[in-house]
Design a protein around this ligand. Structure first.
Ligand code: ZN
Length: 255
């Protein structure tokens, strides 16, 4: 690694918590206050005081303030700290297995998926303003040769992923008589197909379903079968892991 590459890797790591903080704020403000998300000042949700830059340093501010607002001592949402740490982990895992250029692309996808997962946790829906651009970015990345899929595999992966999920959703509705999977899940699987190609889709679906099942078992949610559970966060996690592994395999195969 050259000095320049080390500097770029450190920059990507430092960007992680900032991206996590932005992903959390996006989920908090989606869909009605997205203008605030882009242009507004951050405020304490309880005392409405505008927060200063020193209160907004990801991870560090939470630790210095011991998880409380500087002005009114209201507890700061722990999900913010979780999102910042998770986004750092995304950047770290990408840097660990990939050269910094490819790692940046994979980390960007990971941070975008984190925002989608956080919205799904709150609202039980995956936002179109995230899934659709992610899908298009996957096709574009395939055309520019920076995604694991070739352009043809990317297009067929997106189409197959979407069609398969719509079919499963219809079957579920037919058998159970209610909605189980949303179109947002279908668009996210289509995006995974666009980035990784159709051959990776069985792995994405298997890992996603397995994690969702384990989470339902561990949290005791299986005892309340009428409660809807978000599938998006687990699909997003599976999408990111498969993309990371596929990109690393592509990198290893190149001379
Ligand atoms: Zn406050």
């Amino acid at each position: 690694m050259s000095a320049l590459e080390i500097a770029a890797a450190l920059l990507l790591l430092a960007a992680g918590p900032i991206a996590g903080s932005a992903a959390h704020a996006f989920a908090l403000r989606y869909p009605d206050e997205l203008g605030d998300w882009l242009f507004g000042r951050s405020r304490c949700p309880r005392c409405r005081k505008v927060l200063a830059a020193r209160d907004l340093v990801p991870i560090a501010s939470f630790l210095v303030l011991r998880g409380r607002c500087r002005y009114c001592a209201a507890p700061i949402d722990r999900e913010a700290l979780g999102a910042e740490l998770f986004a750092l982990l995304i950047a770290g895992s990408a840097i660990a297995v990939l050269p910094v250029g490819r790692a940046s692309i994979v980390a960007l996808v990971g941070w975008t998926l984190l925002a989608a997962a956080l919205v799904d946790r709150r609202r039980l829906l995956l936002p179109d303003p995230i899934t659709l651009p992610l899908l298009l970015a996957g096709v574009a990345a395939a055309f520019f040769g920076v995604a694991p899929a070739t352009p043809l595999l990317s297009l067929s992966g997106a189409a197959l992923g979407f069609a398969f999920m719509v079919l499963v959703a219809r079957l579920y509705r037919f058998v159970r008589g209610r909605e189980g999977l949303g179109l947002g899940d279908a668009k996210l699987v289509a995006a995974a197909g666009a980035w990784c190609g159709p051959l990776a889709l069985p792995r994405v679906l298997f890992i996603g379903a397995l994690c969702a099942l384990l989470a339902a078992l561990l949290s005791g949610a299986w005892r309340r079968p009428r409660d809807p559970l978000p599938f998006g966060p687990w699909l997003a996690l599976a999408f990111f892991s498969v993309l990371l592994v596929e990109t690393a395999a592509l990198e290893a195969a190149q001379p």
